[in-house]
Design a protein around this ligand. Structure first.
Ligand code: ADP
Ligand code: ASP
Ligand code: MG
Length: 449
């Protein structure tokens, strides 16, 4: 097939009729774009998550359903031929109402995934019709036909070989004939149950799909003109980055830069697919290219912030000069499938943070049973309301004196759990949630402005 580009549009990019029309122009302006991956309309997934948590008050449940319906109705009302789209969206809404009622009696991860998937299922009906009305031969494709995952609801793992095979069979032939519009975020397991890739997962979907169809380019269209030195909503003087390497951008995504889902760059890296990040509101302003090889590798590249951290501190005087303690701790964590993110140790204690949770969000919790088992070994302290700040850069561990620069800028802050030196690409630490934005602002000022 000739040049093949995949374009992904995030929630704000498909928030309303005008926003969707801007996406349409972007799609039309690049004839290589043969596949479009869309998120749910802005705000819809949050409302769906609320419903999935079980809203017992029927009136409140109806209010949420009405809000979701209104967001879509507003856009549909501006289509010229709205009947079929309206019917299709209503069908999803009727199913959603009964699932939301079921969740009010009993919630489950499986039901949550079926509920939260509704946003992408509806937005893609509308975006497809909008494209058709602009004279484009577009077709909606249900990505659950090919995006095979395991059954870990809320944070499903894609099964790459099956996705490639299914895409080759069902998706690629379609892309050769028509513009295909499909859903981000959602997939299905081998039994046909709907799964999701975790909040913000549409970026990851787009990269997985780009890999599966052997695309030569992936565009992530969002509400900011590219990747900045930090979240421009936190530090207004953040500067756009024209070009960044896969490894730097992966570090940023992993350490919480919301602009990309943490796993997005894995498929792109495997297949060396250059990724462009830009604003669908101002496509003319350019954006960021993420590539394997880039011209510059600055010592400091960016700052990221990840909220909702849970820190667990285990203290055990017997650990001093003993062996096997950490092995016992990790055996317990493994038994309860608890994924550890960062870790620091001293002679008699170890602090670790728990990995981020799934679609329903919130701070990760240490299960009661795991805590009880750990308490047989040591004292256990769990702290919430912490945020992780990460400084991303290049060859940092080989550079003298930069830690002084970082920590003297932060002398007014109470810094916890510093991870420094293990990776040449980052230095990270915890601060209290209340002070986290200020810490980013101060550090950005000291290192980047
Ligand atoms: P979408 O709905 O398009 O996926 P997201 O809200 O998930 O958009 O991601 C875009 C947001 O990411 C921006 O509005 C910005 O606030 C945030 N963000 C965090 N870190 C960065 C960064 N380093 N550069 C740019 N944006 C960032
Ligand atoms: N709609 C999903 C979310 O809000 C996925 C995404 O937008 O990437 O998390
Ligand atoms: Mg996103």
């Amino acid at each position: 097939m000739s040049a093949f580009n995949v374009a992904k549009f995030g929630g704000t990019s498909v928030a309303n009729f005008e926003a969707m029309s801007r996406c349409a122009t972007i799609i039309e302006n690049n004839p290589a774009t043969k596949l479009v991956v869309s998120s749910a309309c802005s705000g819809v997934t949050n409302l769906l998550v609320e419903l999935s948590l079980g809203v017992t008050d029927a009136e409140h449940r109806q209010q949420l359903l009405t809000k979701i319906s209104a967001i879509h109705d507003d856009i549909i009302a501006q289509l010229s031929q709205s009947k079929a789209t309206n019917d299709a969206v209503n069908k999803v809404l009727v199913r959603l109402a009964s699932m939301a009622e079921a969740a009010s009696f009993q919630t489950s991860d499986k039901l949550t995934d079926h509920i939260v998937a509704c946003g992408e299922l509806m937005s893609t009906h509308i975006l497809t019709q909008l494209m058709v009305e602009r004279g484009i031969d577009a077709v909606r494709f249900d990505i659950r036909e090919i995006l095979r995952t395991n059954s870990e609801h809320g944070k499903a793992e894609p099964i790459i070989s099956e996705i490639s095979q299914l895409a080759e069979q069902h998706l690629v032939p379609l892309c050769q004939k028509q513009l295909v519009i499909t859903q981000g975020f959602i997939g299905s397991d081998s039994e046909g149950n709907t799964t999701t890739l975790g909040r913000g997962g549409s970026d990851y979907s787009a990269a997985l799909i780009a890999e599966a169809v052997k695309a030569e380019g992936l565009e992530i269209w969002t509400d900011v003109p590219g990747i900045y030195t930090t979240d421009p909503r936190i530090a207004p003087k953040a500067a756009p980055i024209a070009e960044i390497s896969f490894s730097e951008a992966s570090e940023m995504a992993n350490f919480g830069a919301k602009i990309l889902h943490p796993s997005t760059l894995l498929p792109a890296l495997r297949h060396q697919i250059p990724v462009f990040v830009g604003s669908s509101r101002q496509p003319e302003n350019g954006g960021t290219w993420i590539r394997q090889k880039v011209e510059s590798a600055p010592l400091f590249r960016a700052l990221t912030l990840r909220g909702n951290q849970t820190m667990v501190t285990l203290r055990c005087p017997e650990m001093y000069q003993a062996y096997g303690f950490l092995a016992q701790v990790f055996a317990i964590l493994a038994k309860y499938q608890i994924s550890v993110d960062l870790i620091t140790t001293s002679e008699v204690s170890v602090s670790l943070t728990l990995d981020q949770t799934n679609t329903s969000g919130g701070a990760p919790q240490l299960p009661i049973e795991a805590r009880a088992e750990l308490e047989q070994l040591c004292t256990v302290e769990v702290e919430h309301n912490l945020s992780l700040v990460a400084l991303i850069g290049n060859k940092m561990s080989g550079k003298k004196g930069y830690a002084k620069q970082v920590f003297s800028a932060l002398e007014e802050f109470n810094i916890r759990m510093i991870c420094y030196g293990a990776s040449p690409h980052n230095l990270c630490f915890l601060v209290s949630e209340d002070e986290s934005k200020q810490a980013i602002q101060v550090l950005h000022h000291a290192l980047f402005e």
